[in-house]
Design a protein around this ligand. Structure first.
Ligand SMILES: Cc1cc2nc3c(=O)[nH]c(=O)nc-3n(C[C@H](O)[C@H](O)[C@H](O)COP(=O)(O)O)c2cc1C
Length: 176
């Protein structure tokens, strides 16, 4: 019998995972009369056909029971200028007071100023260890390529370094 793999040091693992830059999203939903919103870096593209994306929520999140019941979500890929909004939705305390928003698909609140917004239906939920993995199906989306996306790497916010100096790589001549 082989010995079980020892659990990695959580801080060292976090630091290593922080070497992989992500964007920053605020995911919102409405469950009955309650509006929920959470800052997330776990958002990722999953499938083009059907159009699926994913994000994961910590099992310790106070809002998790409501997220598990939600039928739709609005996923906002934040712009570089939205760091304060990201912090607001990452902390306990009032999130919606004084904030302009409008009802989107399924009632999920839409925020202004994002680099892109994906309005989604709930598609599936899976066990993800100390997180719950949510898979969402895109119903409609908007994009603002003129807004630079907010980046999160090495445990801090960053911006893209002069993205307009490099020629666009899309479409890639390799399989992606
Ligand atoms: C940049 C950044 C990314 C985050 N990504 C996630 C994430 O993907 N999943 C998650 O559960 N919490 C994530 N968090 C933490 C949550 O935003 C925060 O714990 C949330 O406000 C907790 O929600 P609650 O009020 O329901 O407990 C992130 C925080 C920051 C600042």
């Amino acid at each position: 019998m082989t010995a079980p793999t020892p659990a990695p040091d959580p801080m060292a693992l976090r630091r290593a995972l922080g070497q992989f830059p992500t964007g920053v999203c605020i995911v919102t939903t409405r469950v009955e009369d309650e509006l929920l919103g959470m800052t997330m870096s776990s958002f990722n593209a999953l499938s083009l056909d059907p159009p699926l994306v994913l994000f994961s929520i910590d099992r310790r999140a106070r809002g998790l029971p409501q997220w598990e019941r939600a039928g739709s979500y609005a996923i906002h890929a934040l712009a570089e200028t939205q760091r304060a909004l990201s912090n607001r939705f990452a902390r306990p305390g009032p999130k919606w007071e004084g904030l302009d928003h409008a009802p989107g698909h399924g009632g999920a609140p839409l925020l202004h100023g994002a680099a892109a917004v994906f309005e989604c239906d709930a598609h599936a939920q899976h066990d993800g260890g100390d997180h719950v993995l949510f898979i969402a199906r895109i119903h409609r989306f908007t994009a603002h390529p003129e807004r630079r996306p907010l980046v999160f790497a090495q445990g801090r916010y960053a911006g893209l370094d002069r993205p307009h100096e490099a020629p666009p790589l899309w479409p890639l001549d390799i399989h992606y």
